[in-house]
Ligand binder design. Structure first.
Ligand SMILES: [Zn+2]
Length: 503
């Protein structure tokens, strides 16, 4: 290998090359940086955009039972995760808050749809206005607020908690909860917010839809009538895709489609009646089946516990301190002293006078039927890539990364899911749309918005070249006519490697 540094002629050539090329390289790096957050119209500075959509109760395998061309398109255009382990307990409010905080329920404090807080001496129910009391929500900080604190703007269409003034602040734009507002209107509102003038546009949005949860409860997930419901959800996803295309957002926006939990079939003969085993006078019933929270009356803890412990082989009975650590469901005052967990398919009631549902969720989060769907596409994501598994709490650090936000302490891990991204934090620069078998339809210009390390490396190379020139220049001035010295530095001889590359 020849040495450049100490050969007079080569040295002059290198000086000339560095002088000419270095500034151009720096200029190119700067150009890359300007486009770095783009991916949209040429020359337009554009922040990363992210929309998180939850179809409540959309079980992971619903996409396999009827044709769902829009879900299929998302898979082809982006990523799909086959197994998503959601947070325990697998109910709507806890799991939706886990998605936007990255926290397990014991850490974010929304431990159930129905709760009692002994310190506050208040009750929470998703059926009442108690949900608008911010105190329930303030053990966690939802991503829409973190985005706003960092200078972003958030838009929320009826995500649980998003019309509550948490930590003194609402989302920048939001809709008050109104179950009768059509999905299509919610979509139009979000697109209006995303496409507002630069100084008003949101860059992070959350969108919630009540189905197929409601139908799953009423019909049972295994009913053939659910097929129509799933087709309807796919068409709603199709509507969203079309509206995003019409608004010229489709290629610029990162879209994540997921859910809070799945759904399992219930059976009328699989009923556990507590009245058969324990007196109602001994406890307060706090949360409903299939994971029931009981608050024993003063001095009745042991009696309630021992009465139920061997009551039914399809019922797990835990004192709070004995709840398995892997549930991450123990360390919060809102978790009651006794927890009853039904086996999948079983229902816990006090007696049979209540209404009976054909489908339910809330069961152990290791059960496949409790798992939600997960697909994502957009400039941040790889294409046609299927990942085996993740945890729903991993989504929070992933979304923070996409939005270039510093995540708050959370139970998730970006490392667990970074392979979903075009270029992960530790991957090589200049990689472009990596690892994808069909990456040719990547974002315009082949630039990966917000994720390319090319600008940094370009800048560094430019600096190295200019420094190299200066070193050589100084050397030439101070060490004239010296004979050639042995030079071992591979770094400084690298320009010559270019010759080798032509071989
Ligand atoms: Zn739900």
């Amino acid at each position: 290998m020849r040495s450049c540094l100490l050969s007079g002629a080569s040295c002059h050539l290198f000086c000339l090359w560095a002088l000419l090329v270095g500034p151009v390289w720096l200029q190119n790096a700067s150009h890359h940086r300007r486009k770095d957050h783009g991916g949209g119209d040429e020359g337009v500075v554009d922040k990363p955009k992210l929309l998180l959509l939850s179809f409540d109760g959309f079980r992971w395998d619903y996409v396999n039972r009827v044709p769902t061309p829009n879900f299929l398109a998302l898979k082809r255009e982006g990523v799909k995760v086959e197994v998503v382990e959601n947070a325990y307990i697998t109910k709507t409010f806890p799991d939706h808050y886990s998605l936007v905080t990255g926290l397990n329920a014991e850490s974010h404090g929304i431990v159930a749809n129905e709760m009692f807080d002994p310190a506050l001496n208040r009750s929470f129910s998703m059926e009442t206005d108690s949900i608008y009391d911010p105190l329930w929500w303030e053990q966690g900080v939802p991503l829409w607020l973190t985005n706003q604190k960092a200078g972003g703007r958030s838009g929320a269409a009826m995500w649980p908690g998003s019309d509550v003034k948490i930590h003194g602040e609402y989302p920048t734009r939001y809709l008050e909860y109104n179950a009768s507002m059509p999905f299509e209107d919610r979509v139009r509102k979000l697109i209006e917010w995303f496409t507002a003038p630069e100084e008003q546009a949101v860059d992070f949005g959350v969108l919630y839809w009540e189905e197929p949860d409601e139908s799953g409860h009423n019909l049972g997930p295994e009913s053939s009538l659910m097929d129509v419901v799933i087709v309807d959800i796919d068409e709603k996803l199709g509507f969203l895709r079309n509206e995003l295309k019409k608004a010229r957002l489709y290629e610029r926006l990162n879209l994540i489609v997921t859910s809070d939990h799945g759904m399992t079939q219930l059976f009328p003969d699989k009923i556990i009646e507590l009245d058969q085993y324990v007196s109602r006078d001994w406890y307060t019933w706090v949360d409903k089946s299939p994971v029931v929270a009981l608050l024993p009356k003063e001095g009745r803890l042991e009696e309630v516990y021992s009465s139920l412990l061997e009551a039914n082989p399809h019922l797990n009975v835990y004192k709070k301190e004995d709840i398995p650590e892997y549930f991450h469901y123990r360390h919060n005052d809102r978790i009651m002293p006794i927890l009853l967990e039904a086996e999948e398919g079983w229902t816990i009631v006090q007696n049979r006078s209540g209404t009976f549902m054909l489908g339910n969720h809330g069961y152990n989060n290791s059960l496949p039927n409790m798992h939600p769907v997960f697909l994502a596409r957009g400039p941040a994501f790889r294409q046609n890539y299927v990942k085996h598994s993740m945890r729903s709490v991993d989504l929070y650090p992933l979304m923070c990364h996409i939005l270039a936000l510093r995540p708050l302490p959370n139970n998730g891990s970006l490392a667990n899911v970074q392979d979903l991204l075009v270029v992960g934090p530790s991957q090589a620069p200049f990689a472009g749309p990596t690892g994808s078998p069909s990456s040719s339809s990547g974002p315009p210009g082949g630039v990966t918005p917000g994720y390319s390390y090319a600008p940094t490396v370009g800048s560094l190379l430019g600096v190295v070249m200019v420094l190299g020139f200066l070193m050589v220049f100084v050397k030439q001035v101070t060490l004239k006519q010296l004979p050639t010295l042995p030079m071992q530095s591979r770094e400084m001889s690298q320009p010559l490697l270019q010759e080798d590359l032509h071989l």
